[in-house]
Design a protein around this ligand. Structure first.
Ligand code: ZN
Length: 271
């Protein structure tokens, strides 16, 4: 048997007699989606890498160029030199995210919403690709924040990221609040910074409510984020995991697919 990609981009298996069958794992995933009414999508870095955004933690990712321990929250707020380096790293990362476009899996999730099957998306990603794909903002819970806005840590004033990016492009090394001169920071959760309680509470509530939790491109090792699919399973939902590598929750999943997220989910939703 061998796999091939048809012009419709579905995963198809051809046997030695030339008969074609759908990959049984894709069929199982399609059936799980068909039976579900309230799907919770839990997405991680593996979904974004297929849109060309490198995983911070992978070889060649940002953490092979910068030392993440330089960017603990208390260091960012207490040391101007750290802030210079932080904005350099953060700008490099933002500019890749700004130019990235949703892949086939993001578009499949949008289709799930159009079909009335999507309860919510809980994402570890800060790249706004679920927004770009057209999902409703009220259904997207960004538990690690977003790189697309910036806030003043003193007065709370919000800035569009592109406005701050233009200041940096014009030579400013560390931008400050133009109202109170306070420290500005992208609205992402840094090391040593508390998770947003309200977003985690929303994510857990959706986990209790869903009937299928679909994990896409997350290795499920970063807590407390990874407690969301665990909660879904404990409350009786089915669990489907699509991730290139094994995860600690594979043993409790109804279906595990170690393949490309965009090929697998895209095929399930399109067939
Ligand atoms: Zn301010």
């Amino acid at each position: 048997m061998f796999f091939l990609l048809t012009k419709h981009r579905c995963l198809v298996i051809s046997d030695f007699e030339g008969k074609q069958h759908m990959d049984p794992l894709i069929v199982q995933g399609r059936d799980l989606i068909r039976e579900a009414e309230k799907i919770l999508v839990f997405s991680g870095a593996g979904l974004s890498t297929e849109s060309g955004i490198p995983d911070f933690r992978s070889p060649g990712g940002l953490w092979s160029k910068y030392d993440p321990s330089d960017f603990y929250f208390d260091r960012i707020i207490s040391d101007e030199k750290v802030r210079i380096k932080y904005w350099e790293m953060s700008t490099e990362s933002y500019q890749v995210m700004r130019d990235a476009i949703p892949n086939r899996a993001h578009l499949a999730i949008k289709t799930l919403e159009d079909k009335g099957k999507l309860l919510a998306i809980v994402t570890q990603n800060i790249d706004s690709l679920h927004h770009k794909a057209g999902n409703s903002p009220e259904r997207i819970i960004e538990i690690h924040g977003t790189a697309f806005s910036v806030s003043c840590l003193s007065c709370g004033k919000k800035y569009d990221r592109d406005e701050i990016d233009r200041r940096i492009e014009s030579g400013v090394k560390v931008p400050y609040c133009d109202t109170c001169s306070g420290i500005l920071k992208p609205d992402t959760i840094s090391f040593g910074q508390a998770m947003p309680q309200d977003k985690m509470a929303q994510a857990i509530a959706r986990a209790n409510e869903c009937d299928l939790c679909t994990v896409l491109g997350s290795s499920l090792v970063v807590y407390p984020a990874a407690s969301v699919p665990l909660q879904a399973v404990e409350s009786g939902a089915k669990l489907m995991i699509i991730n290139r590598d094994e995860t600690p929750l594979d043993y409790s999943a109804d279906l595990v697919i170690h393949q490309s997220v965009s090929e697998a989910l895209g095929s399930m939703v399109e067939i």
